[in-house]
Write a protein that binds this ligand. Structure first.
Ligand code: SF4
Length: 299
């Protein structure tokens, strides 16, 4: 007789085998240098924390995306492997350490991101401000920020705009129908409003957003989101394949072949974005410097 095991915890979904187009290159010599700089300065990267599949390639080219405000997030997003729970104290010397890392890595385009800090009154906006200023002063590099939504707090968003990053990136991540599963505690309209606020406040700042595909969205929904982003004045968009970082995260619903990314990219480009990157390995910070250079934000 079979028994129902109704008390056991649900088992994480098994991870699917990756299709052949999702294999990545082996590490090259620059990788250990990047690793050494990050460790030496006691910094955190989203490359490691989010288990980015491009880490080998980016770090081999001495490129990394620095993650400020700690390694613990206050939001339970289903796609993200970054630890959730008790957050860390904001480190006042972090802006200087971020600037030193940018200098030692020789970065010409520095991407700074953070965990979501809903526990801080300004969501960490002032810390972003200080990091941007420190990096600019020390290296003269262009700066791209990839920020959380600051719970839609316009004053906090304004603080980051005041530091005049060259690119202000805020990811949409997925289509609104899937927010409750993929991006819990986020609000689709709030994401659009943030991008609108940046453009309206300082049109010289390039705006950027990103989407992950393979989470159960339809093509129609993706195109609707892209149309909304364009209407919000968004300049650049990145579209990549969602990969399940740990067994506890959402499973991949579908691996889209590269040709499908090309097709989506063409459809989105036709909407009038200044730059569209669409491919299985595209991430919001992947080749960020090259994207910004094409757009002309690099000096
Ligand atoms: S794509 Fe971005 S997050 Fe991923 S390894 Fe490269 S720099 Fe890091």
């Amino acid at each position: 007789m079979s028994t129902l095991n109704i008390l056991s915890d649900p088992q994480p979904a098994p991870r699917q085998r990756l299709p052949k187009w999702l294999k990545r290159p082996l590490p090259k010599p620059g990788m250990s240098y990047t690793s050494h700089v990050i460790d030496d300065l006691n910094l955190v990267t989203v490359c490691e924390s989010a288990k980015c599949p491009n880490r080998t390639e980016c770090w081999s080219h001495k490129t990394a995306t620095l993650m400020i405000l700690g390694n613990v997030c206050t939001r339970p997003c289903g796609f993200c492997s970054i630890a959730k729970g008790k957050t860390e104290t904001v480190q006042i010397d972090e802006p200087e350490r971020v600037a030193e890392a940018a200098e030692r890595l020789g970065l010409k385009h520095v991407v700074i991101t953070s965990v979501t800090r809903d526990d801080l009154p300004d969501g960490g906006a002032d810390h972003f401000y200080k990091c941007i200023l420190a990096v600019r002063e020390r290296t003269g590099a262009d700066i791209e920020v990839l920020t959380p939504d600051f719970r839609g707090d316009r004053k906090a968003i304004h603080r980051v705009i005041e530091a005049r990053p060259d690119v202000f990136n805020h990811n949409t991540e997925t289509v609104p129908r899937l927010y409750h599963r993929v991006r819990r505690n986020a609000v689709y309209q709030r994401t659009l409003d943030l991008l609108i606020q940046v453009k309206e406040t300082d049109p010289s700042i390039a705006t950027k957003s990103g989407l992950m595909l393979g989470l159960g969205e339809t093509r129609e929904e993706v195109l609707e989101v892209c149309a909304d982003l364009r209407a919000a004045g968004c300049d650049m968009i990145t579209i990549g394949q969602y990969l399940q970082p740990t067994p506890e995260n959402l499973p991949v619903e579908r691996f889209l072949p590269p040709e499908e990314f090309d097709e989506v990219g063409d459809q989105v480009r036709a909407m009038g974005f200044k730059l569209v990157a669409s491919g299985p390995f595209v991430r919001s910070s992947y080749n960020a410097g090259e994207m910004a250079a094409v757009l002309g934000t690099d000096s």
